[in-house]
Design a protein around this ligand. Structure first.
Ligand SMILES: C[S@@+](CC[C@H](N)C(=O)[O-])C[C@H]1O[C@@H](n2cnc3c(N)ncnc32)[C@H](O)[C@@H]1O
Length: 284
């Protein structure tokens, strides 16, 4: 029997969001302040995960940490212009495979760097892939619980990595020392900054990377003339996710600071209303 064909019309069976966006269920709009990021990640997510990992009798893997927070019910996943029902663990693996295959195109490089890396669940997995094996690894993360958990997991996995505090909005102040010709990426992290300061792009460009690859939901990639595009835009607005990063990147390209190498809208999303696009650039 062939797999059922899903459309966005099926989303209300998987998610409360269509009802919230249509005003049928109560919802209070969010504000992504630094305090709110600290509440969401330091206190409600990474802090408890770190405590659980520290109390565990045996070394903990990134897969175990993922299993502690991933939901168990199937989700409606956005794959290009199609929708599929998947277990969250399957969606996570497909997303990780997409990151790995995309980043491989930019090898060889001097180092692999993830900014907004959380507990380095992506970075530490990439470190095990033969294509990236042995590369110096760097992570930058906003929360101290995220940095501590990343370092603990790296120790358990026996993977040398430098993880330090990093804030997209204070990039000029970072003490991350990234060598030229590194491969830098972000994954579902820059969208936590409602308005991206151009200094972030200028600072990263000054490191002279081989390429910078964003796996991020870009507001500007959603077509305001379609129902799906409208819902995705509204979802980003009510959650106060980023609305200008692509505009900032294009302005930096026009100013001769960077060159955009690739731009692929809405490639994959475990959350059908928040698919990641892929945008790749380098310093001009
Ligand atoms: C959804 S998690 C993604 C983690 C990881 N990149 C991944 O794909 O598994 C979002 C991450 O962005 C980080 N973040 C939020 N605001 C940030 C900021 N201003 N600077 C750096 N990281 C930030 C959060 O602390 C969190 O670790």
């Amino acid at each position: 029997m062939s797999d059922p064909v899903y459309t966005i019309n099926d989303l209300p069976r998987f998610s409360p969001w269509p009802a919230r966006l249509l005003g049928l269920q109560p919802w209070q709009n969010r504000h992504k302040t630094p305090q709110e990021i600290t509440r969401e990640y330091e206190h409600d997510t990474y802090g408890p995960l770190l405590r659980r990992a520290l109390e565990a009798a045996n070394p903990v893997s990134v897969e175990q940490i993922d299993a502690w927070w991933l939901p168990s019910d199937p989700c409606l996943v956005s794959v290009g212009s199609a929708f599929q029902s998947m277990q969250p663990t399957t969606a996570r693996q497909q997303y990780l495979d997409l990151i790995e295959s995309t980043l491989q195109r930019y090898l060889p490089v001097t180092a692999l760097v993830e900014l907004g890396c959380g507990y380095a669940g992506v970075l530490l997995r990439l470190a095990r892939a033969s294509a990236f094996h042995g590369l110096p690894l760097y992570g930058g993360e906003f929360t101290s619980a995220g940095v501590r958990l990343a370092l603990l997991l790296a120790e358990h996995q026996k993977t040398p990595v430098t993880v330090t505090s990093f804030d997209f909005t204070q990039a000029t102040r970072t003490d991350l020392l990234v060598p030229p010709n590194a491969l830098i990426f972000t994954s579902y992290a820059t969208h936590y900054v409602p308005n991206m300061p151009p200094d972030f792009v200028r600072t990263i460009a000054s490191w002279r990377p081989r390429a910078v690859v964003h796996f991020e939901p870009f507001f500007e990639h959603n077509d305001a003339n379609t129902l799906l595009g409208m819902m995705r835009r509204r979802y980003i607005e009510v959650n106060d996710y980023n609305r200008d990063f692509l505009t900032v990147l294009h302005a930096q390209q026009r100013a001769g600071q960077i060159e955009i190498l690739d731009e692929r809208p809405a490639v994959f999303g475990a959350n059908a209303l928040l698919p990641a696009s892929i945008v790749v650039w380098k310093a001009a």
